[in-house]
Design a protein around this ligand. Structure first.
Ligand SMILES: NC(=O)C1=CN([C@@H]2O[C@H](COP(=O)(O)OP(=O)(O)OC[C@H]3O[C@@H](n4cnc5c(N)ncnc54)[C@H](OP(=O)(O)O)[C@@H]3O)[C@@H](O)[C@H]2O)C=CC1
Ligand SMILES: O=CCCC(=O)O
Length: 330
């Protein structure tokens, strides 16, 4: 099947419709749709900035959710909401019909899926694994192979959208892999997101995500340069943010992050270390097809400088501090 897309308009967030749809006993009451109702147990591995609100939305929608996180204390708020707990990814996968994973990077995604007590050890025919972490295509294929070798199904489904969209259930899923698993979990994706794309073979979702994030990472650097230059020539950078917001290059990211960047505040929504990871992976993707992406390469260097300044866990908008530091050193 060719790429398919389903865009949803008006939301019925947190309403009875979703509660009914996710409840184990009421799948027949589910709304019609590609996935129908989801009546099984749902696992969730990785409860960081993104994973915690995503799992939380599934619980609030009435799903039977079992969680695991490397740092166990991060499970507590989810347990309070009604989640169950298992002590390893393998145990979660074994207890659940479908397991989602939201891990930091390729290394942790592989470790949790394929390592000792990894999810693959709890997989079996009829079960599904949905990796929503941002990784490269090769990593996703490796994880997919490990999962499908057990007879289970695999879907990669990285997300566009940050902390707030995750909290609001407004993420964009970029999925690829097993289409029947995609259809099976469609309702769950719709609890956590506002739209979903099915892009074909495993690797296409990862590639789409990296291309989107490489554009975002360079946009942020260009915006940072503009803020600093405007200030240097005697303009009010807040006015620049306002002017940009009304023109053709308006983007929610600029309006959202600009005002706090002007105040040198970087409350973390998307950690800078993850943005740099995505640029690194995008550069490798470009290299694999001999595509030149010099702007991204330059942006990546700045994120690396920002990391070396101790800003890895700040929001990625803190990359502006690398430009300030560069100026001081010149
Ligand atoms: N934040 C954002 O705006 C967005 C992030 N993403 C992507 O989503 C993924 C998660 O991001 P985010 O939630 O922000 O990141 P966080 O850093 O907040 O969370 C990372 C998660 O990975 C776990 N983890 C890290 N290393 C290991 C390991 N070796 N073994 C087991 N678990 C591990 C962490 O566990 P522990 O709690 O123990 O550290 C935590 O649960 C990343 O791939 C990111 O690029 C995608 C879209 C938006
Ligand atoms: O991977 C992070 C993406 C953040 C966003 O889409 O706003």
């Amino acid at each position: 099947a060719g790429p398919a897309m389903r865009l949803r308009g008006g939301r019925s967030r947190g309403g009875a419709r979703l509660v009914l749809a996710c409840s184990a006993s009421s799948s027949s009451s589910s709304p019609p749709g590609e996935g129908g109702g989801f009546s099984g147990r749902v696992g969730f591995l990785g409860l960081g900035i993104m994973g915690a609100p995503m799992a939380s939305n599934l619980i609030k929608a009435g799903c039977d959710v079992t969680v695991w996180n490397r740092t166990k204390s991060k499970c507590d708020p989810l347990l309070t909401l009604g989640a169950k707990y298992e002590s390893s990814p393998a145990d979660v996968a074994s207890a659940c019909d479908v397991t989602f994973a939201m891990l930091a990077d390729p290394e942790s995604a592989v470790e949790v899926a394929c390592g000792a007590n990894g999810a693959a050890q709890g997989m079996a025919p009829g079960k599904g694994y949905v990796d929503v972490s941002t990784v490269d295509a090769a990593t996703s294929k490796l994880i997919g192979k490990s999962i499908t070798s057990t007879g289970a199904s695999f879907l990669e489904a990285p997300v566009s959208g940050s902390k707030k969209p995750a909290e609001d259930g407004l993420l964009i899923f970029l999925t690829a892999g097993d289409e029947s698993l995609y259809n099976r979990v469609a309702l769950l994706l719709d609890v956590m997101g506002k739209s979903r794309f099915f892009l074909g073979d495993v690797g296409n979702g990862a590639a789409m995500k990296l291309v989107v994030n490489m554009v975002m990472g360079s946009m942020m650097v260009s915006f940072s340069e503009g803020l600093l230059l405007s200030e240097k020539v005697g303009l009010d950078p807040n006015t620049l943010v306002e002017v940009i917001s009304q023109g053709a290059i308006s983007a929610p990211m600029f309006s959202l992050k600009g005002p706090s960047m002007v105040k040198a505040a970087y409350p973390t929504a998307f950690p800078l270390k993850h943005q740099q990871k995505d640029l690194r992976l995008a550069l490798a993707l470009a290299e694999s097809v001999s595509q030149s992406i010099p702007t991204v390469a330059a942006a990546n260097e700045l994120y690396k400088v920002a990391k070396s300044l101790g800003l890895a866990d700040q929001d990625f908008s803190a990359v502006i501090e690398a430009l300030k530091a560069k100026e001081q050193n010149e």
